[in-house]
Design a protein around this ligand. Structure first.
Ligand code: SF4
Length: 452
């Protein structure tokens, strides 16, 4: 069996929206949240740390040592689980991305016995703040400033920060703000010294948010790279909700070595409008059309998160995908349909929390869609060469297996409470927006009939 390995601890520096430094986004699901700490236990903040201390903290050194000893570190539990479930996981595709620079063998050569490395930062994963125009149901105030008002309406003025600590919201004029403003760290006038140093050697920057295309600090970084003459050497990567596509971004991107764009999607039409509130699917599709005609279309993909609200509608999403007119988007071999991630947290939106009868109805629906599509050969007759019956089967079966891998149904009541509360505040209705799924829940969880 292949030894666990991930190149990220050798190449990457990652920040959260609050400016704290972590191993990577996936490690946030682990009990230690994957945060990079000093020996005094304090989590490093990029604005107040040197690059040397971030790169070779005892935390980072011990993560590297674990991989070199053939184990997933504790902070990498999420990836370990996905690998175990046979899903294509981040260490797989990052290993492919960085294969020319590092693999397990090279990592052994580059790393001192205590885990120390001298090699430069090549990859920045920057979450520059939580400014966002959407308040997706799978999101929360740490990731989106648009969430504040709804959070106050439903749960009150305090919310949990990334470490589970209590953060307070207060009103400035008509606008809710987080006390202390820790989610605007990137908006400082000057770029933090550690970040500036990393920008001197970086080869790839991943921006997500918040909505990166709305963030001033993101444009400041692109302009800085242009000013120091490095834009032509740097690849940019985004995860965007694509509700906006500013001309300024399209202009600046012309100077960079490559620009790759992941378009966050959860579902088509009503599923999108319900989950990714208050976006409109038509508007997102109109921006997809612009990107589809763009000069680097091979670098654009669909970033799909699967969770309780959309697993039932995976067939509709696949149908949209194989009939979509955007022939240049996601037309690539790895992840030929979507780049998919299962939502792990919050647990009450993870597909593993569906009651067993609901899981079995969802599985039946997905399996019968697969069986019909395989019988009539539809998955092999699309304009996309990489979409095949085998690819669709791998995707759908993988997520049926993942859903059934663990019973987390103790969170189901919380899912219903959460859905009810948000529906009331937003004047939405799951029964109207997702009627077939609501019926499936009614049939599979009769004790909740009156609330569904
Ligand atoms: S294995 Fe997963 S959690 Fe660990 S560093 Fe790689 S991507 Fe992050």
């Amino acid at each position: 069996m292949k030894k666990p390995f991930c190149p990220l601890p050798w190449v990457m520096l990652a920040t959260r929206n609050d400016g704290k430094v972590r191993l990577c986004a996936q490690s946030h699901s682990s009990p230690d949240k994957g945060v990079n700490r000093g020996d005094d236990g304090k989590i490093f903040t990029i604005n107040q740390s040197t690059l040397a201390e971030l790169k070779n903290s005892n935390f980072m050194k011990s993560v590297r040592k674990e991989f070199l000893q053939g184990r997933f570190p504790e902070s990498c539990g999420r990836c370990a689980k996905e690998v175990q479930a046979g899903l294509r996981s981040r260490p797989d595709y990052e290993s492919a991305n960085w294969q020319n620079f590092i693999d397990l063998e090279k990592a052994r050569q580059l790393t001192r016995s205590d885990g120390h490395i001298e090699s430069p930062i090549r990859f920045l994963d920057l979450r520059l703040g939580n400014l966002c125009n959407l308040k997706c149901r799978t999101c929360n105030p740490t990731e989106s400033s648009s969430w504040y008002a709804d959070h106050v309406s439903v749960w009150g003025k305090s919310f949990k920060g990334f470490q589970g600590q209590k953060l307070r919201l207060h009103k400035e004029g008509s606008i809710w703000q987080v006390q202390g403003d820790s989610f605007c760290w990137g908006e400082n006038e000057k770029i933090a010294p550690a970040l500036k140093e990393a920008l001197e050697t970086v080869e790839l920057i991943h921006f997500s948010g918040g909505e990166p295309l709305l963030l001033k600090s993101h444009y400041k970084i692109l302009e800085f790279l242009k000013d120091i003459g490095r834009s032509g050497e740097v690849r940019l990567e985004y995860i965007t909700n694509l509700t906006v596509l500013p001309e300024k971004a399209l202009q600046l991107w012309q100077d960079f070595l490559d620009v790759r764009i992941g378009i966050s999607i959860d579902g088509v039409g009503a599923v999108n409008d319900y989950v990714r509130y208050p976006s409109r699917w038509n508007q997102i599709e109109s921006h997809m059309a612009i990107l589809d005609r763009w000069q680097r279309p091979e670098s654009i993909w669909y970033a799909l998160t699967l969770h309780a609200y959309n697993i039932f509608y995976l067939p509709e999403l696949i149908e949209w995908r194989i009939h979509s007119p955007f022939l240049n988007i996601n037309n690539r071999e790895p992840d030929p349909l979507f780049s998919v991630h299962p939502l792990h947290n919050p647990s009450f939106l993870n597909i593993q929390m569906l009651p067993s009868q609901v899981k079995s109805k969802v599985s039946q629906r997905l399996q019968s869609y697969l069986a019909k599509g395989s019988r009539d050969g539809r998955f092999d007759q699309t304009p996309y060469p990489y979409i095949t019956t085998a690819a669709v089967e791998a995707l759908v079966s993988g997520y049926i297996d993942f859903m059934n891998q663990q019973d987390q149904s103790s969170f189901f009541t919380k899912f219903i409470d959460y859905t009810d509360s948000l529906d009331k505040v937003r004047k939405q209705s799951m029964a109207e927006a997702l009627p077939e799924f609501s019926q499936c829940l009614r049939q599979g969880s009769s004790f909740l009939d009156s609330r569904l």
